[in-house]
Design a protein around this ligand. Structure first.
Ligand code: ADP
Ligand code: TRP
Length: 320
């Protein structure tokens, strides 16, 4: 079974990304043949700064490798190391009606936000379909927001197979719905766009500051507090064992335990949790050649798989 997913290179990772996305990606390594790529072609639809794109790409690679991606188990690569996906995109463009693409939620959302859409943004789902189909992927784990794109992919694959013969594998999405939404420092979903994130990798001072900014009610030190409706406890849960969690809840209920104390405990536990990853990250930062080489090797494997599919596709459509 081939499992494939793509990740947009989108800046400093926070603990919402870690528990909501990275951990799932690492679990996939156990379940089948995993392909994971950095969607740098897709990033061009919104991020036209070349230096920034290169920086984000390498940063993403470093962060995933530091947090547990094993390149021996996962084919980890840059989307643009397989330019064949652009060739397949062109072929699939001829299977995609304008109406189908106009119905894509992500496109409609961008329009509603007043973006002037370019053709890249409009045909984003076709490139995504090519990403999936070129590796004959069986399963595509994605967030709910990407489900429709996988449905469009299935549509295009069926149309292609009906026209040219059974060449493409019809993929299934695997919606990562079981993943809890990690709350940010203000209790809303943690997200860069809400400015409520706690970064995984930053200075001790900056992370501590983010933790200390977690919003709580204004009960005084002596007063008993409700652990079930507290942003600090909600985040502490992610890192604490059962016993530790029960102890914190008991302290809340007993009183004489302030939010400052709870935040300090959360900060210490979190700092310790990410310590091995911080160390690995530092090693990788000092060995960028290894990181680029890892991506290059992943790209080579991915290209070989893509080229096999493309040989069949070119022949089928009359380009050979
Ligand atoms: P942001 O909302 O900060 O821009 P991204 O959209 O870059 O985050 O998130 C990348 C992935 O990380 C998403 O596909 C999602 O699965 C996961 N993720 C992000 N924030 C959270 C969160 N608060 N809770 C759970 N998962 C999250
Ligand atoms: N569109 C996806 C996102 O924004 C990233 C992506 C690009 C992707 N190509 C893919 C995900 C192929 C899964 C499969 O999150």
């Amino acid at each position: 079974m081939r499992i494939l997913s793509g990740i947009q290179p989108s800046g400093v990772p926070h603990i919402g990304n870690y528990f909501g996305m990275m951990q799932q990606a690492f679990e996939l390594q156990q379940q089948g043949e995993a392909f994971l790529f950095i969607a740098d072609y897709h990033a061009l639809t919104t991020s036209p700064n070349p230096e920034e794109l290169r920086k984000r790409t390498i940063e993403l690679a470093i962060n995933y490798l530091a947090c547990g991606l094993d390149p021996k188990r996962t084919v980890f690569f840059r989307q643009s190391d397989v330019p064949q996906v652009c060739e397949l995109t062109w072929i699939l463009n001829n299977m995609a009606t304008v109406g189908l693409l106009e119905r894509a939620h992500s496109y409609k959302d961008k329009l509603a936000k007043g973006f002037m859409p370019n053709n890249g943004l409009f045909s984003y789902p076709v490139l995504m379909a090519a990403d999936i189909l070129i590796y004959k992927s069986d399963v595509v784990p994605v967030g709910r927001d990407q489900k429709q794109h996988v449905e469009i992919t299935r549509d295009l694959a069926i149309r292609f197979n009906t026209t040219y013969g059974d060449i493409l594998t019809i993929p299934k999405s695997k919606i990562l719905d079981h993943v809890a939404i990690i709350p940010g420092t203000d209790g809303q979903k943690m997200s860069k766009s809400y400015n409520n994130t706690i970064p995984i990798f930053d200075s001790k001072k900056a992370i501590r500051k983010a933790v200390m900014n977690i919003v709580t009610d204004c009960k005084g030190l002596e007063e008993p507090k409700d652990p079930e409706n507290c942003n600090v406890v909600a985040l502490y849960k992610l890192f604490a064992g059962e016993q530790q969690l029960a102890e914190m809840k008991a302290k809340y209920r007993a009183g004489n335990y302030g939010y400052g104390h709870a935040k300090q405990e959360l900060f210490e536990l979190m700092w310790e949790f990410f310590a091995p990853m911080r160390q690995k990250r530092e090693e990788l930062e000092n060995n960028l050649d290894y990181v680029w080489e890892t991506l290059r090797r992943g790209g080579e494997k991915a290209r070989a798989a893509a080229e096999e599919t493309m040989n069949e596709v070119r022949l089928a459509v009359g380009l050979r």
